[in-house]
Design a protein around this ligand. Structure first.
Ligand code: AMP
Length: 217
């Protein structure tokens, strides 16, 4: 299956993407994770991306689209993928449409995770992520690790993403509304959008998402 995951920052896209990709045996492709990997390896791309990310803005399309396409061209993505955080604006969605068309393949679904805005801010401000694996996500209130600052799953150090600080979250939400939400209409016109609530336990949201994807397949 070829799936795009959309939703505001804090909707749990990364967490859900990891479970869904595993259930569906397709790679989880997160442009945010690709940028963060470039930042920790101190590549030129990482240096460029960092200033945009720290401010809560989108990294320019010229670099983002190329990076996403390179990743999608890897052999493990030949029969499907789950895109998390890409496309993030209409021109990226158009670039993806073209790339898929030239490979003679199609998206199967665009899964839209819905969360009320006040919940989003609460979720992100308390979010702590494992340095070893961004799918290991904790929360200072809702999902405390057994030992403060240490990942239950692998012992990695937990940290707050620089762009999870409250003032940056506000910018990211504005960017989501103005830039990313319009892609939902873009895909609605193609009959691809399935919307589910992202509230509740992680496992319940995964179940809801799997049921919605099976219906749309
Ligand atoms: P995420 O991990 O998906 O929340 O992404 C973190 C940050 O990476 C975003 O706030 C953007 O600065 C940048 N980013 C990730 N994906 C994209 C994209 N498709 N286009 C532009 N910037 C992106």
């Amino acid at each position: 299956m070829r799936i795009v995951l959309v939703g505001p920052p804090g909707a749990g896209k990364g967490t859900q993407a990891a479970f869904l990709a595993k259930n569906l045996s397709i790679p989880h492709i997160s442009t945010g994770d690709l940028f963060r990997a470039n930042i920790s390896q101190q590549t030129e791309l990482g240096k460029l991306a960092k200033s945009y990310m720290d401010a809560g803005n989108l990294v320019p399309d010229e670099v983002t689209i190329g990076m996403a396409r390179d990743r999608m061209a890897q052999p493990d993505a030949a029969n499907g993928f789950l895109l998390d955080g890409f496309p993030r604006n209409v021109s990226q969605a158009e670039a993806l449409d073209e790339a898929l068309k030239s490979d003679s393949v199609k998206l199967d679904a665009v899964l839209d995770l819905e969360v009320p805005e006040d919940e989003v801010v609460k979720r992100i401000a308390g979010r702590r992520i494992c340095r070893n694996d961004s799918a290991h996500v904790f929360h200072v209130e809702y999902k405390q690790p057994k030992t403060e600052g240490v990942c239950d799953a692998c012992g990695g150090e937990l940290y707050q993403r620089g762009d999870d600080k409250e003032e940056t979250v506000r910018t990211r939400l504005e960017v989501y509304h103005s830039e990313t939400e319009p892609i939902i209409d873009h895909y609605r016109a193609q009959g691809l959008v399935v919307t589910i609530s992202a509230l509740g336990e992680v496992a319940d949201v995964t179940e809801r998402a799997m049921a919605a994807l099976q219906k749309s397949a």
